[in-house]
Design a protein around this ligand. Structure first.
Ligand code: FE
Length: 249
């Protein structure tokens, strides 16, 4: 397997490049529209061909690069069926492995951050999207978010994976890159240890997070597989502009 963790600094998103070393086929997990050129350069540099993009959920903080990648390279778009993204070429379901070359991703329905959120298990690692972050988790107050569902998704499904499974989240705001299931079971202040559902509800209800500034544009754009809205106010146009530097998270 060929593997790269790439970082998009505006939304602090991690995009994962996974390549099959036998066939040269590659997948981008949660690619961001502003970093399309950077991601394609990395793929070309590794001698890979992009076969698919796959998102963990309909994002509210950035526009997916799925459609832009398809237009530029002919790659196909995979998305969780539960997110009802009609433009996706492949609708992923739990229990049906998503195969690319010799790679087999196991889609795991992990609702709570959004109702249709999926994580993807690939051998010894899991891409947890916004369900499980390093010592944190995604918010549950928008997009059919559900605190009780997220508690069950993380505790019953992600924490049930082998302890040494590597946890690769969709975001980190403190430059942490990877964790493990055991590390989150022990250290996650929201969901680890003996945290009860009651305590988790209390934590999530008390976050007092601001209204996401890009959500009203990102969600409709992402339901169309990554369309930059035409009516984007000037102060938000950086969310659709090409990334100028190439920080390699
Ligand atoms: Fe999200």
């Amino acid at each position: 397997m060929i593997f790269r963790q790439l970082f998009e600094p505006l939304s602090s998103t991690y995009t994962y490049l996974v390549g099959c070393s036998d066939t040269g086929q590659a997948v981008l997990v949660d690619p961001v529209i502003v970093s399309v050129e950077r991601d394609l350069e990395v793929i070309a540099g590794l001698g890979l061909t992009l076969a698919y993009s796959v998102d963990t959920h309909v994002h509210a903080d950035h526009i997916t690069a799925a459609l832009a990648l398809k237009e530029k390279t002919g790659s196909r778009i995979a998305a969780p069926a539960a997110e009802r993204v009609a433009c996706a070429d492949v609708q992923l379901e739990e229990g049906k492995p998503f195969r690319v070359g010799g790679l087999a991703f196991q889609p795991l329905h992990t609702p709570g951050h959004t109702a249709g959120h999926f994580a993807y298990l690939l051998g010894d690692r899991v891409f947890t999207g916004d369900a499980l972050l390093i010592e944190g988790c995604g918010r549950t107050d928008f997009q059919q978010g559900d605190t009780d569902a997220l508690y069950r998704s993380v505790r019953d499904k992600l924490f049930a994976l082998p302890d040494d499974t590597l946890v690769y989240p969709a975001h980190d705001y403190q430059e942490r890159r990877v964790s493990t299931v055991m590390q989150e079971k022990k250290r996650n202040p929201r969901l680890g240890g003996e945290r009860t559902l009651e305590e988790f509800r209390h934590i999530m209800a008390g976050l007092n997070l601001p209204y996401p500034k890009f959500i009203d544009y990102a969600v409709p754009g992402n339901k169309q597989c990554g369309v930059c809205p035409a009516d984007l106010p000037e102060h938000l146009d950086k969310y659709c502009r090409q990334m100028t530097e190439s920080p390699q998270g």
